[in-house]
Write a protein that binds this ligand. Structure first.
Ligand code: SF4
Length: 441
């Protein structure tokens, strides 16, 4: 679409540091350290607390006016020393912000000087100024920084697969692990928030939860059979780096929502790990097909709009089309290299023509909804007002979901996750009182 205005209204994205923190909190014993003003740490923490209902530890270098003039190196070194002394982490994941990047702090040089003093604590640095990119590029940069700093070949293959998850929920990671377990494939999940952001209450509270990708596992990613990035926009950079540096095969997507995309994931795992597809997975696939048949008469022809992160949006668009629905508008704030191409492929395959809003916002989606007569909206909690204004139900997926509880626990990926998503869609339609006059206009 031609750009008609120079401001974003109701953004469908968040800032880069949030994405980098999301990646770092999936690493065992890692403290994210925001090199910026206090608000740059508070805003992501607030969003994590609302979505996961868990508190998280995030450090900040707390830059203020003097740092803006003289540079933030002093604050950064003090923050690293404080975190080391108080929390004894295994890694500190440093991420920059609009302020520290504008000042021009050279974080890599600062931590290089400090390295001999680091007592074995790995210092990772990701560049994440929020005047470029979004939460997704922040995640991508942080995971790339982790493997760039730590991955090392040892001359022996580990026989495992690297699964680079992207910014997905603990429920999705558990479902991917379930598929890998059924196929008998060892894996390194990069990064694994399934137990760090979904933890049991324990007294006394440990400094770090039990789970998360360990430092040793990140080092070992260089010795794996290959890498699969489940959401290429948020894991592609690390997969490509491991391919360039260590010649590991890299498979970028598709995000495993729905029948075709999950089939592709299973086939890719079987190919990379040289395994057969087990009967249990075929059974689960059959259950998904049965669930689709069960609700087909409720879903057939329903006009649906989808917004969110590009890989998730393309995957859900394909799935709703597989289920007989009609995608009428798709919207993403982050540019995905294959976003428009993928949507076009779905449109041709399923004879529909959704309006494509790329690098866009919810204001543009609002306009699009007026013209398309959408009967259902799929996206995160930021779409709540939009759904209310258009008198249509919202099926909540992705991040953040803050006006409902527990969504992070359940998958939308894999055959089982797709069944759950399908049921949510069908129940949202069944539970909504549609204005019959408007429906038949
Ligand atoms: S100043 Fe930049 S990095 Fe900090 S919260 Fe705002 S957009 Fe994000």
């Amino acid at each position: 679409m031609p750009e008609k205005r120079c401001v974003t209204i109701n953004p469908a994205k968040m800032c880069q540091p949030l994405g980098a923190i999301y990646a770092y909190i999936g690493v065992h014993g890692c403290i994210p350290l925001v090199h910026g003003s206090q608000g740059c740490a508070t805003y992501p923490r607030y969003n994590f607390c609302r979505h996961f209902r868990e508190p998280i530890e995030v450090g900040t270098t707390s830059l203020s006016e003097d740092a803006a003039v003289y540079g933030g190196a002093r604050n950064l070194v003090a923050a690293i020393r404080n975190i080391k002394a108080r929390l004894q982490p295994e890694l500190i994941g440093i991420l920059t912000t609009c302020l520290s990047e504008t000042i021009g702090d050279d974080v890599r040089s600062i931590i290089k000087e400090f390295e001999q003093d680091s007592d074995g604590v790995a210092l990772i640095a990701a560049s994440t100024p929020s005047y470029v990119g979004t939460h997704l590029t922040g995640y991508d940069n942080a995971v790339k920084a982790l493997v760039e700093t730590l991955a090392q070949q040892n001359g022996q293959g580990n026989g495992e697969l690297n699964i680079i998850t992207g910014l997905i929920n603990p429920g999705d990671i558990n479902e991917i692990k379930h598929i890998l377990c059924l196929m008998g494939v060892g894996n390194i999940i990069l990064t694994d928030i399934s137990q760090t952001m979904n933890t049991p209450i324990k007294f006394p509270k440990p400094h770090f939860p039990k789970g998360g990708t360990t430092k040793a596992e990140i080092v070992d990613t260089a010795n794996s059979l290959g890498s699969i990035a489940l959401t290429p926009v948020t894991g592609g950079a690390a997969a490509r780096l491991l391919n360039r540096k260590f010649s590991l095969p890299a498979v970028l997507g598709p995000t495993p929502v729905g029948v075709k995309n999950t089939d592709t994931l299973v086939e890719n795992i079987a190919w990379l790990a040289d395994k057969k597809i087990p009967a249990e997975l075929e059974h689960e696939r059959g259950l998904l097909l049965d669930a689709m048949v069960d609700v087909h008469h409720y879903l057939h022809g329903k006009r649906v709009a989808i917004f969110g992160d590009p890989d998730i949006v393309t995957a859900i668009t394909r799935f709703v089309a597989e289920a007989g629905m009609k995608p009428v508008a798709v919207c993403t704030a982050t540019a995905g290299p294959d976003f428009a191409k993928e949507i076009k492929a779905v449109a041709q395959e399923y004879d529909c023509s959704p309006e494509v809003l790329e690098k866009s916002d919810l204001f543009a989606l609002d306009e699009a909804l007026k013209g398309t007569g959408a009967e259902l909206l799929i996206g995160n909690s930021k779409g709540k007002d939009l759904a209310e204004d258009h008198h249509i139900p919202l099926v909540r997926v992705g991040f953040p979901v803050y006006d409902r509880v527990g969504y992070f626990r359940y998958p939308i990926m894999g055959y089982n996750g797709s069944i759950y998503l399908l049921d949510m869609i069908a129940n949202a339609i069944l539970g909504h009182k549609y204005d019959q006059d408007k429906l038949h206009q």
